[in-house]
Each structure stands twice: as C-alpha cells, then as structure tokens.
Design a protein around this ligand. Structure first.
Ligand code: NAD
Ligand code: UD1
Length: 343
C-alpha cells in the first residue's frame, strides 16, 4: 500500500472520481465530508469500481476542533486533496457570508491542522473563474487574476492567496489546480454529478431535459461575438481531472515541484460553444433535445479556454477524453439515476 491521502469533499462529484483514481493507483484514501452536497452511498459505488471502500469521516471542516481531531486520528497522511467547498455562483451572490464561512474557514482549519501535524502537501481545487474575462486566449497561468465576479469566485482567489502566504511562511507545499468546465461521469456509470434542485450548469441541465426532468433547456444568449453566437467554454472530462490530481499529489510526495506553490490550468486546450455541446449530445445519444434561445445570463464571459502547455509539460498530463465521451458518460449516469440503478 502506498501513501495515505486525505480527500476532503471526497463523496462529492470531482472528489469521488479522484478517490477512485487514487485507490486505483494504490493509495489509501480517507474521505472527510459532511455530506451537505453528497451521499454516503457514494462510498459503496467507489468500492464497486475499485474493490475497496475508502475510509470515511463525517465531519464539518469549518469546525477547528473536529478538523484537528481528524488529523490527530489520521497521523500518517502523505497529503491532502482539498475539494470541500460550496460551489454555486448564484447562491454565493445571495448568501456571501455562507460562502466565505464555509470555503475559507475550512481551508484555514485544514492548513492549521497540517502545520500542527506536519503534513506538508496540499492540492487545492481552484477555478478558471479567477481569470474573469481574459485579455487573450487561450488563457495561461500567468494571466492576471481579475476582480472576482462573485463571492464564490472570490473565495477561490482568497484561498489561493491564503495558501501562497502559508507556503511562503513555512514548510507547506501546494499545487493549485484551476479547473475549466468539469463535466461527464465515470465510464462505469457508477459515480457522477448529483446536482441538488435545478442545475445551474449546462451539462446536467441538458441530461435532465433529455430524461424529462426539465421541460426545456434555455440557451443563454445567441448574439455573442463567437462563430455561432453562443458562449465558448473548455469542457473537461471529470476522469481526466481525477487523473491530474493523482499526478499532482505524487509530484509533491516525490518532491518534484519546481516551486513550493504551483498553479496549473486543467482543461483540454480547446473550446466548444453551447450549440456544439448540444449537437454532440444529440449525436452520441440519438436523443433530440428540447431547447430554445433565451436572454444572456448575467456574469457569463463570451469565451474562455485553457492554455494547457504548462500542465502538459510539467505534469506530463494531457486530457484524453473528447466531447463525445463527456456526453456519453453524462447521459449514462443520468439514465442510471433515473432507473434507480444507483441509489
Ligand atoms: P461537490 O459539491 O460535488 O463536492 C463538494 C463536497 O464537499 C460535497 O461532498 C460536500 O458535501 C462537501 N463539503 C462542502 N462543505 C463542507 C464542509 N464544510 N465540511 C465537509 N465537507 C464539505 O463539488 P465538486 O463539483 O466536486 O467540486 C469540488 C471542488 O472543485 C470545489 O472546491 C469546487 O469549488 C471546485 N470546482 C468545481 C468546479 C465544477 O464545475 N464542479 C469547477 C471549478 C472548481
Ligand atoms: C460556471 C461558473 C463558474 C464555475 C463553473 C463550474 C458562472 C458565471 N460561472 O461556469 O464560476 O467555476 O460554473 O461550476 O456561473 N448555459 C446555458 N443554459 C443553461 C446553463 C448554461 O446556455 O441552462 C451556458 C452558459 O451561458 C455558459 C455555458 O452554458 O455559456 C456553460 O455554463 P455553466 O455550465 O454554468 O458553466 P460556466 O458558466 O462556464
């Protein structure tokens, strides 16, 4: 058995895929989650995929005492991958303090516990939202961090600053991974995204419309300065993301970092418009999607996609799955949920 990794938010969407990938690579995984946006049954699903159920700690990481106890109990950690956070942009505008409290307190508690219990390595879940509307495309890691467009986005920026300051002051090492648009589900169909209520993001809205949970998909805006008038994003398969996390934590464990705080973009390096995503979905599933054009959504940038050269070169990581894979797996997951094959 290789090293033991603490995965916060590990029953969530990206965390569960990463936990499975870590186990596949022989890591021992402890998941810490308060299940505010996920289900404990995900542990069994991970077991079905990997043959091993991760250890689980039900804990709210905003509690300093409980976080300390977690590290006291698991005193043989090689690193932490920190996913636990709230992530709904619109909700963060409505309830900013809820977001600052959850996302920042939990990070500070983890960093303090890491310091106390001599755990050096942390991978952090950041977002391309830190770039706002970039001055040029593709956007690389040296592009300026723009004023945040939401409290959620601001928690990502402030978190990176908190981590950077902590790295500068002590023995901490970190890799911050800036995800572009994570979509899709595990190829087994056993884990995927579980959006609570009405989804905000495009792909869950597409699959829920196709399965009949939603009447119609609204395409937000058709007059953007893009080839087909709809917004362009860099969609990345969640399994590719999971793989990058394993590589990142390994890089730290093996002391291969060039700097103690490194930042990498995680995207495919190319963008697709909303209409291209819809077309890809219809093509691979042979399901006709009911959609109509609607007003632009406030806060949407017209186009953004990643320059992935740094991640490709330094991590030796390249996103392998294409848009068709993303749509196929997202659809399989939605169908499995509908047929109650999952829970
Ligand atoms: P998710 O909601 O599916 O998973 C987050 C998990 O953290 C959930 O299981 C939730 O129960 C848990 N959690 C939240 N607050 C907690 C707390 N105080 N204590 C313990 N557990 C807590 O989200 P996700 O899509 O898997 O996102 C994971 C991370 O990636 C988040 O930090 C998110 O901001 C970031 N991110 C996500 C996306 C995306 O599109 N999904 C894009 C960029 C960045
Ligand atoms: C959003 C967040 C971003 C976060 C990311 C992942 C905003 C402004 N940004 O990114 O901070 O990191 O989710 O959680 O909320 N679309 C439709 N109809 C829909 C839903 C979406 O047309 O019903 C369009 C959007 O206008 C956008 C594209 O689809 O052009 C992707 O949207 P979405 O999946 O919400 O991701 P982002 O807005 O890129």
């Amino acid at each position: 058995m290789k090293n033991k990794i603490l995965v916060t938010g590990g029953t969530g969407y990206i965390g569960s895929h990463t936990a499975a990938e870590l186990q596949k690579h022989g890591y021992s995984v402890v998941i810490a989650d308060n299940l505010c946006n996920s289900k404990k049954e995900i542990l069994l699903q991970i077991e079905k995929i990997t043959g091993k159920k991760p250890e689980f700690e039900l804990i709210d990481l905003t509690s300093p005492e409980d976080t300390q106890k977690l590290f006291e109990k698991h005193n043989d950690l090689s690193g932490v991958i920190h996913f636990a956070a709230f992530k709904a942009v619109g909700e963060s505008v409505e309830f900013p303090l809820k977001y600052y409290h959850n996302n920042l307190f939990s990070l500070v508690n983890i960093l303090q516990a890491m310091e106390k219990y001599n755990v050096a390595n942390i991978v952090f879940s950041s977002s391309c939202t830190v770039y706002g509307e970039p001055d040029s495309l593709p956007v690389d890691e040296n592009a300026p961090v723009k004023p945040a467009m939401s409290p959620y986005g601001n928690t990502k920026q402030v978190s990176e600053e908190i981590i950077s300051d902590s790295v500068g002051a002590g023995s901490l090492k970190s890799i911050s991974l800036r995800y572009f648009n994570p979509v899709g589900a595990h190829s087994s169909g056993l884990i995927g995204e579980l959006p609570l209520g009405v989804p905000n993001n495009l792909v869950p809205f597409i699959t829920q419309t196709a399965i009949g949970k939603r009447d119609v998909l609204k395409v937000f805006g058709k007059d953007y300065p893009t080839p087909d008038g709809t917004c362009i994003r860099d969609y990345i398969h969640v399994e590719d993301l999971a793989e990058a996390h394993v590589i990142a934590i390994e890089r730290m464990i093996k002391c291969n970092q060039k700097n103690d705080f490194e930042v990498f973009n995680l995207g495919t390096g190319s963008g697709n418009s909303v209409l291209e995503v819809i077309n890809a979905f219809e093509e691979v599933t042979e399901v006709k999607l009911n959609y109509r054009f609607a007003e632009r959504r406030p806060g949407d940038v017209p186009e953004v996609w990643a320059d992935t050269k740094f991640a490709n070169g330094e991590l030796g990581w390249v996103a392998k799955k294409n848009l068709a894979d993303m749509m196929k797996t997202a659809w399989k997951w939605e169908q499995n949920l509908a047929e109650k094959k999952i829970f």
